[in-house]
Design a protein around this ligand. Structure first.
Ligand code: NAP
Length: 538
């Protein structure tokens, strides 16, 4: 849907975002008979998969696990051409879903929600957009994504004389890279995909690397009819297992470190490593998240693999192999030939840990010691203000004019990641204190959260009530539970976007609930079955 004139509308629900969560949320609320419209700043559906169209963007969840599983026919009528498909195919899949569910007529693209204010007397939200729309709605449902507010932390970007792009808003017709001097800043999951993809094409590539990453090689076989039939025949099995595993994948932790001899452990690690998936992280030894010695042993296994591939080059090893945090306590990226890129003649790796980037200048990137790397194109893969950034960039005001940006700026609190005390009828997905804030196969978690929201709205209406809001006590209890679970793991001792440490001044808290996707689901189901005791419903 495209509109030219600003509209004044009365709706039952506004859905923020038309990505994986927003599409399904729109479908479900509409099926309930609600008047719903989704708004997205993007030009089409896809959310993260619309914006992040940088070279090499692809899943590192298996395509057949990332799909929606709420409808068997919708699932089986789509076929992936690879185990880990690339962005263009992912975007096509989301178009397929949109068309099958006839969602487009209720989505307004090219429209950014700028403000949402709650009126307690009327029990309704007023939502404003950057196109001048004013929408009066009972429910405001955020499906804004956990990684949709980009980090722009390097000064001088406007002064660059060449072409500068952010991976988080990579243009459809990106800059011509062939034969040119290209600089990439960032070696997170995004930077890695870009670097390994463009290295053979560019004239010269300079990679600016700060914190090293444990990288695992991906094996990405092509899928033809036989493989497609194989995974489609597993639909019932997948539907019954995926929602209940620790991270919403088909696999789960299978081995106990204490039960295995050192040889057996090595054999298991080697075997899982050869799988070429995230299994080494999410389905090897669960103790890596809890026990320092076990974390160190598995970390050393991965480091050894990385050092072998870096062929003893000390500069590469020092810059790329992590030593000061454990494997799996930061997000683990999968890669294809990434480390080997650094052996190419046309690739230069610059360590900016001790000599940080000072600024971007007309001719390139200047480091703190005054060195200037001259470039034609700069690609910034500098990450996101995760979990909270999408909503704190909007003027969200709850009861008595309280500001969500201010409250989350002091302390990041939610009730099960589904709502926040003080903000009635604001229902949320992919915000902190739920697995969907970081640690899960996103579609598994987003389906669960949107289904819970749909049920909560249905139950509310069925009882003739009109508002639902987390109680202060319920929120205290959830935050305490979250902290207790988080502090039993090694993850809060680290610094990465998982704890908001990439954003200066952001309150430090593990964003993701780390009690497991299955456990979280169970707690959400119990909350609903008990009549929503952590929520005030009026
Ligand atoms: P990220 O993991 O936060 O990485 C950002 C990178 O930019 C880091 O290397 C960071 O260094 C660096 N950086 C930021 N500011 C810098 C500066 N001023 N100077 C030098 N370096 C700077 O972000 P991302 O790579 O976009 O990945 C975010 C998440 O998106 C991933 O963890 C993953 O969950 C998701 N993702 C998924 C896929 C997939 O499924 N296929 C692909 C891409 C991304 P420091 O670490 O030192 O701050």
């Amino acid at each position: 849907m495209t509109t030219t004139e600003p509209t004044t509308l009365e709706l039952d629900a506004v859905v923020l975002g038309a990505g994986v969560a927003g599409l399904y949320q729109l479908h479900q609320l509409r099926e309930q008979g609600l008047r719903v419209r989704a708004y997205d700043a993007a030009g089409d559906v896809g959310g993260t998969w619309w914006w992040n169209r940088y070279p090499g963007a692809r899943f590192d969840s298996e395509g057949y696990i990332y799909q929606y599983i709420f409808d068997e026919k919708l699932y089986k009528d789509w076929s992936w051409s690879q185990k880990f498909p690339g962005q263009p195919e992912i975007e096509q899949w989301l178009h397929y879903v949109t068309d099958r569910l006839d969602l487009r007529r209720d989505i307004q693209f090219g429209t950014r929600i700028t403000a949402a204010h709650w009126d307690d007397e009327r029990g309704r939200w007023t939502v404003h957009t950057d196109r001048g729309d004013v929408v009066d709605t009972q429910f405001f449902v955020s499906c804004a994504g956990m990684l949709s507010a980009p980090v722009k932390n390097i000064e001088g970007t406007d002064s660059f004389a060449g072409e500068l792009v952010f991976t988080s808003s990579y243009p459809e017709q990106g800059p011509d890279l062939a034969g040119r001097r290209v600089g990439v800043v960032g070696i997170g999951a995004t930077g890695i995909q870009v670097i390994q993809t463009i290295a053979p094409e560019v004239g010269h590539l300079t990679v600016f690397a700060r914190t090293p990453q444990y990288a695992l090689p991906m094996k990405n076989p092509t899928y033809g009819p036989a493989e497609q039939e194989w995974y489609k025949n597993r639909f019932d099995e997948l539907r019954s297992t995926i929602p209940h595993t620790f991270t919403g994948f088909e696999y789960d932790f299978e081995h106990a470190w204490a039960d295995c001899s050192p040889e057996k452990r090595q054999e298991i690690l080697e075997d899982i490593y050869q799988d070429g998936s995230l299994k080494l992280w999410l389905a090897s030894f669960g103790e890596i998240f809890f026990v320092e010695e076990i974390s160190e042993a598995v970390s050393e296994f991965v480091r050894t693999k990385m050092r072998e591939r870096l062929r003893g080059d000390q500069h590469l090893i020092d810059t790329l192999v992590p030593v000061d945090y454990g494997f799996g306590t930061h997000r683990v990226p999968l890669e294809n030939g990434y480390l080997e890129v650094y052996h190419r003649e046309n690739v230069n790796l610059v360590n900016v840990r001790d000599n940080p980037i000072a600024r971007i200048r007309p001719e390139g990137i200047e480091l703190t010691d005054g060195t200037v790397h001259e470039l034609d194109v700069i690609i910034l893969a500098t990450g996101f203000d995760a979990g909270t950034g999408a909503l704190t960039r909007i003027d969200v005001r709850g009861r008595d004019g309280r500001s969500l940006a201010e409250e989350w700026g002091r302390d990041i609190r939610t009730t099960m990641g589904l709502g926040k005390h003080g903000y009635p009828n604001l229902l949320t997905t992919a915000v902190p204190l739920a697995p969907s804030a970081a640690l899960c196969n996103m579609t598994t978690c987003l389906q669960q959260q949107t289904e819970w929201i749909t049920d909560a709205v249905r139950d509310l209406r069925a009882e003739g009530k009109s508002t639902i809001e987390p109680t202060a006590e319920g929120e205290d209890a959830w935050v305490a539970h979250h902290e207790e679970v988080a502090s039993s793991t090694l993850v809060p001792r680290t610094t990465s976007w998982y704890l908001g440490s990439n954003i200066p001044g952001k309150p430090r808290r593990l964003l993701s609930y780390i009690g497991g996707v299955g456990t979280y689901r169970q707690k959400c189901e119990e909350e609903a079955a008990a009549g929503y005791p952590a929520f005030a419903r009026r």
